[in-house]
Design a protein around this ligand. Structure first.
Ligand code: SAH
Length: 251
């Protein structure tokens, strides 16, 4: 008899943006494999579990995905409650399908517990509805990032087609994003806002127009950040510099 693997969303950052189901599973967990962006207080709920860090902050060392897949299978053979804790929602840009496929192939039971994804926490931070009557009838979750060996995909087409769009893992290539979108016909006035550390005490809102995206993105962004684009973000105000803790201010 093997255990169950729970793929659990930890939410965007603030430890109290966690579902009750996730909290109860963490309390019961025998072992937890967690990602880099999970808050220490969230992890603290897993009082009796062995806790294993497996990754993932761009550019830094992280455990190879294939090795994580295998470790989940091994853990389920030893433990009743195995939690795989991922930032935001586990099913968005988290390579969950590779883990699910491996568990399926090994005949191991799994369940997915959804979490609040970064785009929703970021739009909440600026108080803007991602859909809006007469202005936005669809939302796209997009990343321009492709992994090693992955085919290129036309992320720009998705951005151009959407009324409102959230770009994950894009701030590091903001200049290329702006250049591509402008070359493909997007308006230089298109409103956007970068949200850094959404839902956390050092959250920052950096509003801009598409033409100024490279400049704004170069403003010392160190935490996880997401770019929200669309007319619904036209009137967003910036975080006053005085409200941002020293350590996350631009140098
Ligand atoms: N599964 C996660 C996304 C993982 S990809 C989710 O559903 O949210 C990691 C990217 O998510 C980061 O590069 C950043 O673009 C975004 N992100 C994660 N946490 C964030 C936060 N607190 N504030 C802003 N963006 C965040």
């Amino acid at each position: 008899m093997s255990g169950t693997v729970y793929l659990v969303g930890a939410g965007p950052g603030a430890p109290d943006l966690l579902t009750l189901r996730a909290a109860r599973l963490l309390e019961r967990a025998d072992i937890v494999f967690y990602d880099a962006l999970v808050h220490p207080d969230t992890l603290g709920l897993a009082a009796r579990a062995e806790k294993i860090a497996v990754g993932k902050r761009c550019g830094r060392h992280s455990t190879a995905q294939r090795f994580i897949n295998k470790r989940l299978v091994d853990a389920a053979q030893k433990h009743a409650v195995v939690v795989r804790l991922k930032g935001g929602d586990p099913l968005l840009f988290g390579r969950a399908q590779e883990e699910i496929d491996e568990l399926d192939a090994a005949g191991i039971r799994f369940e997915v517990v959804p979490g609040i994804t970064a785009a929703l926490a970021a739009s909440a931070a600026v108080g803007r509805s991602m859909t809006r009557r007469g202005l936005s009838r669809n939302v796209a979750f997009v990343t321009p990032r492709t992994g090693a060996g992955e085919q290129n995909h036309d992320w720009a087409q998705a951005v151009l087609a959407a009324d409102t769009c959230a770009i994950y893992m894009g701030v590091g290539q903001a200049a290329a994003i702006a250049a591509t979108l402008l070359a493909r016909g997007a308006s230089s006035d298109l409103p956007l806002v970068i949200i850094e550390n959404a839902s956390l005490p050092d959250e920052r809102r950096l509003p801009a127009r598409l033409a100024d995206l490279p400049l704004v993105a170069a403003g010392g962004i160190a935490g996880p950040a997401i770019i929200l684009i669309g007319e619904v973000y036209a009137q967003v105000s910036a975080t006053p510099a005085a409200a941002v803790p020293e350590r996350s201010r631009a140098a």
